[in-house]
Ligand binder design. Sequence first.
Ligand SMILES: Cc1cc2nc3c(=O)[nH]c(=O)nc-3n(C[C@H](O)[C@H](O)[C@H](O)COP(=O)(O)O)c2cc1C
Length: 275
Amino acid sequence: MSTAAIDLLQQRYGLAAETRPAVITNAITTALFSHRSVRAYLDKPLPDNTLETLLAAAQSAASSSNLQPWSLLAVEDPERKARLAALAGNQTHIRQAPLFLVWLADFSRIQRQADQQGVELQALGYLDSFLVGSVDAALAAQNAVVAAESLGLGTVYIGALRNNLREVIEELHLPPLVYPVFGLTVGYPDPDKPTAIKPRLPQAVVLHRETYSAPATEAQSIQDYDRSIAAFYQQQGLASANWSSQTFQRLNKVAALHGRERIGQVLKEQQFDLL
Ligand SMILES: Cc1cc2nc3c(=O)[nH]c(=O)nc-3n(C[C@H](O)[C@H](O)[C@H](O)COP(=O)(O)O)c2cc1C
């Protein structure tokens, strides 16, 4: 393993050497291990053909039955970005990034073709179709993230775009059978506000072999991880205490959904029946 990879994995899994897995490294795995979200951007335009490049990477992802049930909506207009930022928890990086991508699960294109050809799509109303659209959009977006990082750009996903789903659907003129799975900011990272690799759970906690079995050491491993990530947050000057407390805070009260508790109703209004 190269020293660069050892260093990256130390950051990814915390400083305890025994939690650092042995891995195969090449240019792509090293790039993947280097990921970090970026929330501060330079006021600098993107290189020509960035959007087309990210979209080609996205369209190169696998697609369930090749349905390709997603679309990409690119927002560059500062006023529209500002309105979307306000709807998504006032996240400044949405305004700051030159490009804001909205990843849409989109069955409206297929429905239009079916309407033109007089075909009925009985399976469309089932939850599985909704999952297929959402999963495919996410796989596509992650390919775009990897491509963006390879170009020296930074990104951060914006799940908060679902906080005010109805208003976002109206702002973007989304027709029935389309919903925004999440947003993604794209821009040059501000070098004055560098980001670091955020540690993840140890592999022993995440990996099951053959059948599911939570390891006896799970609680201890998570306590160790909590210490690792607490040190990370402190280094970054962030207020979060550790992974467990942050995770519980995110899930223990409906209020933490910031409006996303209503998306089931809005999705039904968008004609996702979720049967
Ligand atoms: C679907 C999804 C939605 C997210 N939504 C937000 C968001 O609204 N705002 C934000 O600042 N980060 C958001 N994030 C970024 C995560 O907080 C981040 O990926 C996580 O803390 C791990 O950090 P890293 O990406 O730097 O490794 C989101 C990530 C994902 C995958």
